[in-house]
Design a protein around this ligand. Structure first.
Ligand SMILES: Nc1ncnc2c1ncn2[C@@H]1O[C@H](COP(=O)(O)OP(=O)(O)OP(=O)(O)O)[C@@H](O)[C@H]1O
Ligand SMILES: O=C(O)C(=O)C[C@H](O)[C@H](O)CO
Length: 316
């Protein structure tokens, strides 16, 4: 079977404080599955795409909790390498209520994924795809994960498979200089790059704003298509075929924030895979707005919900 998209990343459990509690004295935590790349695959699966998410995870209930979540929406998880021992990565989150900022605390040292080697994975299966999707989160973890991400992208490029990169810079995982060192060469052979205006400045030193920042990133990478988000300030496209464009964002209330960026990427790739990145951005705006309305990093959406009239007037 040829996948529409194939991706790799570390499965995690997110443990989130309930509203009005702080980690330091929380009595209960909400457990949900997480992984930026699997979130993208999971949303695309729900939209009818054939997707594959690969990882390295230890045998056990916590792995089952994570893997079952993505399997349940149709992601092919059969190429995940299961190790007999090890721990599952966690991240704790305090969502933050104004004026308290949100906080993330990673607990992801000593997991088998950090030691992944190229020979652990079934590359023939993973590369039987129309598009390979990678993010800066996975490249950030260890030397090994950076090597595996670069191998995936280079092999895809060599075989004429489209590559999509989401820079997804996480300052808790690495320094901007190292991020640039690893990600710039990947961006330069990517067909579509997602890089927020904030990450463009932090990692690539792009000082311009909005549409211009997106344009400058495209010039820097020489990539055919760059899409930049900037929270509620707008989405920007710089593209060989369409030129430079701004798409306004209609703000919606936030129930749960993590995963909105991934949902935006998934929606955009859904259009991109059909040959229409502009339609993809409209999908992405809708799926990311939906993502904010319910708990969990994985957004739950049905194809019909992508096209129904919305009271947020986000869609055309
Ligand atoms: N409050 C909001 N209302 C409506 N849409 C939103 C809101 N916040 C974010 N979005 C949508 O989500 C998209 C991605 O948001 P943002 O730029 O914060 O992502 P990101 O920084 O890439 O996310 P992440 O932190 O998950 O990597 C925005 O372009 C927008 O379309
Ligand atoms: O931050 C990470 O490492 C993740 O992959 C976990 C989340 O699912 C992600 O941050 C949401 O985009």
């Amino acid at each position: 079977m040829t996948y529409d998209i194939s991706t790799i990343g570390e499965g995690q459990i997110r443990l989130t404080c309930y509203k009005g509690e702080r980690l330091v004295n929380a009595q209960q935590l909400r457990a949900t599955a997480a992984c930026s790349e699997a979130n993208v695959a999971g949303l695309l699966s729900q939209l009818g795409r054939d997707t594959c998410w690969t990882s390295v995870m230890p045998q056990g209930d916590l792995t089952d909790r994570v893997v079952n979540e993505f399997r349940s929406v149709g992601v092919d998880v059969s190429h995940i390498c299961i190790k007999p021992e090890g721990r599952v990565a966690l991240y704790f989150m305090e969502p933050g209520e104004y004026p308290m900022p949100a906080r993330v605390l990673y607990d992801r040292e000593h997991t088998p994924f950090r030691d992944v080697r190229v020979e652990d994975l079934d590359w023939e299966a993973m590369l039987d795809t129309k598009l390979v999707f990678v993010t800066g989160i996975t490249a950030a973890l260890t030397e090994n994960t950076a090597v595996v991400v670069s191998h995936f992208v280079e092999e895809a490029h060599r075989r004429g498979i489209a590559v999509a990169l989401d820079v997804n810079y996480r300052s808790l995982l690495w320094e901007p200089r190292r991020a640039r060192e690893v990600l710039e060469s990947i961006a330069c052979i990517s067909d579509i790059v997602f890089c927020s205006v904030r990450d463009g400045m932090a990692v690539f030193g792009i000082e311009s704003d909005g549409e211009q920042a997106c344009h400058d990133l495209r010039e820097l990478f020489g990539a055919p298509t760059v899409v930049s988000t900037d929270q509620i300030n707008g989405v920007y496209l710089s593209d060989d075929e369409h030129g430079d464009h701004t798409f306004p964002v209609v703000q919606v209330p936030v129930v749960d924030r993590p995963g909105a960026g991934d949902s935006f990427v998934a929606g955009t790739l859904h259009g991109y895979l059909a040959g229409d990145v502009v339609q993809g951005i409209y999908y992405g705006q809708r799926t990311s707005a939906y993502a904010l309305t319910h708990y969990g990093d994985l957004t739950r959406v049905s194809p019909s919900e992508l096209n129904i009239p919305s009271n947020t007037d986000i869609l055309r």
